[in-house]
Design a protein. Structure first.
Length: 252
């Protein structure tokens, strides 16, 4: 965003206050770089939710962006973002190709690197909200990227240090109280809760429903004092559920 764009946004604050019935503005606009949120006066553990739409893709230092986001998130806070991901690390020539960059492909994040970065920041289990493979119809671009596959993903990532890297079974159940949508609530693409109906959940899902902004809307029974193994497991250890191209990020 440029200062000129922000000036336009600020000029319309009063209109939105009047339109939605606010006595005072509930939004502020700050100019800076996402790799250094402190320079804009955003303090540690001060943010409930961070929303991003294809911005991380543009940063040359994605690890620093994620580090800053998790610094400013409150405990139980959430990063909810959409971006372009790839099933492999792209070579330097592609990452610097202006045509490929212009299509938001050159800056695509390798999904396994994102998983590792999030895990280092304490988010060992992210969830997928939406997943669509990007079809490359431009023959010149297709020739450059070869067999690399690109995906548009929307991720939900909570700042919850207690999350584990696998879905573990502690005999817990969660019931949606119907206080948001009266019919159902979707935590991620693998977890839709029907109002009033108890559903078995893994320890990670239970934490996401009890230690975040969703806590008032759920009743969760059980704790983590007794462990029953991997959630939904037949006793056979399996590889990580985060496999791009499949329905992943929803292991229970």
């Amino acid at each position: 965003m440029t200062e000129e764009q922000l000036a336009v946004a600020r000029a319309h604050v009063d209109w939105h206050m009047e339109r939605y019935g606010y006595d005072k503005a509930n939004v502020t606009f700050r100019h800076g770089v996402i790799e250094d949120l402190a320079s804009m006066g955003i303090a540690d553990a001060s943010v409930d939710v961070c929303v991003s739409n294809c911005v991380l893709n543009l940063s040359p230092d994605k690890a620093q962006v994620l580090k800053e986001i998790f610094r400013v998130l409150k405990p139980g806070g959430e990063l909810y973002f959409s971006d372009v991901f790839c099933d492999r690390r792209l070579p330097g020539a592609l990452r610097e190709d202006q045509e490929v960059l212009g299509e938001c492909l050159g800056g695509a994040l390798y999904i396994e690197d994102v998983r590792r970065l999030l895990a280092e920041l304490g988010c060992k289990d992210y969830r997928i909200m939406e997943q669509t493979e990007i079809q490359i119809t431009d023959e010149a671009i297709a020739a450059k990227v070869g067999l690399a596959r690109f995906f548009s993903l929307t991720l939900r990532c909570f700042k919850l240090p207690e999350l584990e890297d696998r879905c573990e079974d502690f005999g817990q159940f969660a019931t949606y109280l119907g206080t948001l949508d009266p019919v159902s609530f979707e935590l991620d693409q693998g977890h839709q809760f029907e109002a009033g109906r108890a559903r078995a959940v893994c320890g990670n899902t239970a934490a996401m429903l009890t230690h975040t902004r969703f806590a008032p809307h759920f009743s969760v029974t059980g704790d983590t004092s007794v462990h029953y193994g991997l959630f939904g497991s037949s006793g056979v250890l399996v590889s990580s559920p985060h496999t791009i191209g499949s329905t992943f990020g929803a292991c229970c």
